[in-house]
Design a protein around this ligand. Sequence first.
Ligand SMILES: [Zn+2]
Length: 262
Amino acid sequence: MGIFSKEVCIICEKDVGLSRTRIADGKCICPSCFKEAGFDKLNNITKPIKQMTVEDIRNAIIAQKVNKSDLDSFNPTKRIGNYVEFDDNNKKWLILSSILGKRNKSTVYEYSDIVDFELLEDGESVSSGGLGRALVGGALFGGAGAIVGGVTGKKKTTGICSSLKLKITLKNINNPVVYVNFIETDMKKNGTIYKNAYKMAHECLSVLELICNQQQPSSELTSQQANSSSAADEILKFKQLLDMGVLTPEEFEEKKKELLKI
Ligand SMILES: [Zn+2]
């Protein structure tokens, strides 16, 4: 088909005009449907648009509408710098725009979307945690990181950090990883900007850690409770054996400690 031939948008059926976007099967969408699907925001393009089917576009438009209403009802209870906001009442969170700290173009995520998270400094893992995992790392200024860096990393010996970012893994097939960028250009490690960014990154880690702890499946709790009740039953049996004179008081104490894991 020639460039001047009339084509209609597969979504809204209006004339696509010249700035049409080609999708799968030679179909195309108009600029306003392109925007409505959120493709003007890079993080919403989960695969090449040329490969997207009509179904993909429709789903993207629905997701954008849902996100818009999530944004409208988003009411932050905690904000970390110009980086992240948390809405503890709705159990939602979002990453702010890195330039002005605005949220109008952010994607709203659920607390339960978080699988794990990792703080990366110049590509190296500084600290990590997640569902069912305890927070590891989290070295303080001049701590273990500085010693390791002195041996292995050239950048660390020069006292410059060029990238500090938090990688968050989500339960989302289309968009499984998001980043919070705290530092994106060379910063002196003894400078205020680095120290502030580092502090906020760690504050963010603490909040994510708390969220993940709250998200622990309840089945784990019930199995813990089941374990403790069966331990109590066992102790009761041994107490009977003690009373019957089968066990010595020492043997009973030992069994009790074993069962209570003390
Ligand atoms: Zn259209």
